[in-house]
Write a protein that binds this ligand. Sequence first.
Ligand code: BES
Ligand code: ZN
Ligand code: ZN
Length: 505
Amino acid sequence: MNISKQHTSFHDITLETLVIGVTKNMENSPLWAELTAFAGEALTTWLQSGEISSDKKKLTKLPVLLSSNSNVKRILFVGLGDANKLVEQDVREAFGLVGKEMKALKQSGVAIWLDSFVTDEINVLDVAHVAAEGSTLGYFTIANYKTTSNEVEKYYEEVELVTAADIDEVAASFKVGRIYGEAVNAARTLINLPPNMLTATDMANYAVELAEKYDFEYEILGKADLEELGMGGILSVNQGSHEEPRLITLKYKATEDWTDVIGLVGKGVTYDTGGYSLKPRESMVGMKGDMGGAASVLGAMQIIGELRPNKNVVAVIGSTDNMVSGTAFKPDDVITTYSGKTVEVLNTDAEGRLVLADAVTYAKQQVATQLVDVATLTGGVIMALGYDKTGTLTNNDEFYAKFKEAAEETGEFVWQLPLTESDKKRIRKSDIADLNNSPGRDGHMIFGGGFVGEFAGDTPWIHLDIAGTSDAKAPSELGPKGGTGVMVRTLATFVELLGLESESN
Ligand code: BES
Ligand code: ZN
Ligand code: ZN
């Protein structure tokens, strides 16, 4: 991407499309005078008559005939509503719409008048970040396998930023936003991949490519390795499959010493049939996305690789499919996890927690001193919170407070549920094993996450159940339906914040 700088005036713009934010009563602001001096007084009349809409999330596209020395062919006005009610997420979403419009117009680049989006609350650096991030997300196209062309258009080959602020800082912030957006889109692409095109082996290969690109240490454990280690959780889920499982570990070393390490643990179930506790046919469709947690972790690692925060990170992904065959595990089996804890299997469809149990134990062994696990773990979270909220659990309020800060910064909605002693009792209830994997359908999401918590122990831990948020049922401002890449940005921001914290200590 080429960001051209130095633009403090509209006359230097070389691209065809100029993007401008319009707030209510903008005709009274000095910014508007600057614009009309360039593009003509007629704009004011159109704004007043509503031809150019200042309504929130309303785009107006106007062809403009300007003096011979300007290349601008059209202005894309982005309605923002009341300037004093505007929050960052609104601007992010507005730029999502801009991204969609760029795609429709087949524009690989645009000029953006950043200053027109600045308010008392939102400074130009924030605008630059969310502009890049939002438009990159909005532009995202799902790869398809139709026999007709599937060329993904190139976008943001070029951008021109119009601002009176320090252009280098602004451009840097724009680049960061772009990195965030691209990483989310990479996660989306992984989630959308059909299960025959993304096996555990494929996922491991993808992770290795990422590791090589960003100079992460990595380790890929195959079936024989897992057997040797005694990882009965992931192995039992894999038992019915022809595809080998993989335990994927990536390490980003920020400091010389490997202390103070956050572990990001992802559920990478490439297909979930439910196993012998077979899913009904309607709910099986879509289970290619059961590796959304793994995709979030890999997306976050991409940002971490690009931006190199000051925090050690170990990513651990347990990957396998959950299939049915004569060798598959079954309800009533008792398995021994990597931790040594035994589990009575009551439901083979509660497989994610078994995979995560081993992955979490492994992350701790790689000396993760803090843990976040991300998983499409339960339908229960959808019943509780719907499709637009990620459900969370934690064993450490202070650690969670920092995470919450990160989620607020990225605009990704998270909601904490309780995990009580009586919930834990239910998870530990079994006549023949230490734990059971399905205490009941009441408090479903809590039991799922709580089970993983048994393996986190006293290590500060956060559980993110993204079963509702990982796959969008309908398009939104920030992307099409399908994989959302939820939590990629929040995880990366969290790591960044933790890094800043250790810097100041
Ligand atoms: N992968 C599913 C959870 C899920 C549901 C993800 C809907 C995405 C959308 C998980 O492995 C599962 O099947 N969970 C069961 C747990 C139950 C058997 C205790 C569920 O949610 O019904
Ligand atoms: Zn399942
Ligand atoms: Zn699952």
